[in-house]
Design a protein around this ligand. Structure first.
Ligand code: BEZ
Length: 256
């Protein structure tokens, strides 16, 4: 993950990240009185929707900037800075929820085990992340641009993990989850800011690719990325990111 996020910019320009998470809430179906953990809650918007259903919700995020923003947005809700791999909770929650976060987290086994430990036996795990093939054109364009700029092995700068249905389901089963639902699907997503949308996206989420470059190199990188991706992702002045989602739900099995 980036060392820390620009939470204000995230809320202002990249709100689609949590807005798309809304229909995942229908899968979670939070009930009044339930205790729910929202992992990677960002600026807290989905956490607040879970609370509105009458559940007692705790939002956690590894970014202190995101948590500060979430507390400002929703002062009556509880938010804590926590790394998903180091969650301290043991069998406390009726459900653990996460939207558009887990593709930033490696190794996935550690994150999955920590989320499962936080669940009561029988508790629900519901989450969505980028799935196998997510933003393939954007990633290819970044590799192409870095190679053009003389950087070898550009895969070193890819911060993401996009598993298949089988891969993540197997991880969850090994952690004691019965997987009840798994779906990999395309969700092409229009970006804000017109012709500048792709640059804004890379500056917010893909800055890791620009780490080996100085300012002039970063400008050149963004030009090369745009030239490569435009025939696939730019239509009528609007960029569309080639997102693919992996959505999974399951239950923690009782101890054998
Ligand atoms: C995603 O939600 O798939 C995603 C968001 C930011 C960077 C990479 C992927």
């Amino acid at each position: 993950m980036p060392p820390d996020w620009n939470a204000g910019l995230y809320d202002a320009c990249h709100s689609f990240v949590w807005e798309f998470g809304r229909d995942l809430l229908a899968v979670l179906a939070p009930q009044p009185g339930e205790r729910i953990l929202d992992v990677g809650c960002g600026t807290g918007h989905l956490t607040a929707e879970i609370a509105q259903a009458g559940a007692t919700v705790l939002g956690v995020d590894r970014s202190a900037a995101m948590i500060a923003h979430a507390r400002e947005n929703f002062p009556l809700l509880r938010f804590e800075v926590q790394d998903v791999c180091e969650l301290p909770y043991q069998a406390e929650f009726d459900a653990v929820f996460s939207s558009a976060v887990l593709h930033w987290v490696q190794p996935p086994e550690i994150a999955a085990a920590a989320m499962v430990r936080a669940l009561k036996p029988g508790g629900r795990l519901v989450f969505e992340l980028g799935g196998r093939g997510n933003i393939q054109i954007l990633v290819d364009s970044a590799y192409h641009a870095l190679r053009q700029l003389g950087i070898n092995q550009p895969e070193r700068f890819n911060p993401w993990y996009y598993p298949s249905v089988a891969e993540y389901s197997a991880i969850l089963e090994r952690c004691g989850i019965e997987v009840t639902f798994a779906h990999l699907f395309d969700r092409p997503t229009p970006l804000k800011d017109g012709e500048r949308g792709l640059e804004a996206w890379f500056r917010m989420f893909g800055s890791r690719f620009m780490e080996p470059l100085d300012d002039a190199g970063a400008g050149e990188f963004l030009r090369l990325v745009s030239d490569y991706a435009a025939p696939h992702l730019l239509r009528d002045g609007i960029w569309s990111a080639d997102y693919r989602r992996l959505r999974i739900a399951g239950r923690r099995l009782p101890p054998a």
